[in-house]
Design a protein around this ligand. Structure first.
Ligand code: NCD
Length: 310
């Protein structure tokens, strides 16, 4: 198993199973007051793009395991990047200050560049419109916890599928499970990338592109809604073509199966109406909570501490 987490294709089924099972154990650890498993270890969080959940849940995870955190939440402004330092130099230095680096960057492939020069594990917390592999792992954990199984599910990925990195990583990890069906429902100008479809073809995963969300909603076990990634569009005009195209509201939820769930990596920006929150099938806040347990497991694994100890 690679000590870096750079992209979701690096995981195979047994690697995924062991992360999910470690995350279940970590949920128990967190619920019983945490542990000192990572005492004496330092995690650096280096975020060149905004984040609430990813950074806080990683920091919370590290703290719950007794480790320490050093952090810059706005590395574009507050790190030496603004003085013209290269990412490689920044990483070389931080890897001598910390035992693991959690990094978010605006460029595709930035985490891989960092891993090239780092002496400690790099955990990719989002690289531009590329990938967000740790989100995909917490998404899997959520699906398994909510539905009891990942094999056999039918899932709709809805919204900005071009720039939305979470769906790329989620599609890749789902390719390890049996009998999964994916429906891609995206505005015309933000389709699922060809590279993702090619990977699914190679892995023999069944998928469809379908623009009618109402039809898709009736069929799926998971409706995975996403935000239109305003900051990545070439123009305001292009953004406006995609924004508001697909909204999950009470009427849409009424069409969904009683046993289905609605997920969203969050933040939402109007694409799920607040009236949906009270529906027990709205799983997105539980999903965000699961991020802590999964990231506890990932940090323990990256730091070579797989056993729960007091
Ligand atoms: C996502 C991201 O940053 O890619 N958020 C997250 O990490 N939970 C989704 C988004 O920003 O829309």
């Amino acid at each position: 198993m690679d000590r870096h987490i750079l992209g979701a294709k690096q995981f195979d089924r047994s690697g995924l199973e062991s992360i999910l099972s470690a995350a279940r154990a970590m949920e128990q650890v967190a619920r019983s007051g945490g542990s000192q498993l990572l005492a004496g270890k330092i995690m650096a969080s280096l975020f060149f793009e905004p984040s609430t959940r990813t950074r806080f849940s990683f920091e919370s995870a590290m703290t719950r395991l007794g480790g320490q955190v050093i952090s810059t939440e706005n590395a574009s402004q507050f790190s030496s990047a603004i003085k013209g330092e290269t990412l490689e130099d920044t990483i070389r230095v931080i890897s001598s200050y910390a035992d693991v680096i959690v990094m978010r960057h605006y460029e595709i492939g930035a985490a891989a560049r960092a891993a090239h020069v780092s002496t400690v594990p790099i955990l990719n917390a989002g690289d531009g419109a590329g990938e967000h592999p740790t989100q995909a792992l917490l998404d899997l954990y959520t699906i398994e916890k909510e539905l009891g199984s990942i094999d056999g599910i039918s899932i709709a990925m809805v919204g900005d599928l071009t720039y939305g990195r979470t769906v790329h990583s989620l599609a890749y990890v789902l390719a390890n499970f049996r009998d999964v069906t994916i429906w891609f429902t995206a505005p015309e100008n933000t389709p699922i990338p060809q590279t993702v479809k090619e990977y699914l073809d190679e892995k023999g995963v069944r998928y469809y592109e379908e623009s009618d969300l109402r039809q898709v909603a009736e069929r799926v076990d998971v409706l995975y809604q996403t935000r239109v990634q305003k900051e990545r569009f070439p123009s305001q005009e292009e953004y406006e073509k995609a924004a508001g195209r697909y909204i999950v509201d009470k009427e849409l939820m009424d069409r969904m199966k009683r046993t289905s769930i609605v997920m969203h990596p969050l933040p939402r920006a109007g694409e799920i109406t607040p009236e949906c929150d009270a529906d027990p099938r709205a799983a997105y806040f539980r999903q965000a909570e699961n991020g802590v347990y999964v990231r506890m497991a990932l940090l323990a694994q990256a730091l070579g501490e797989n056993q729960a100890k007091e």
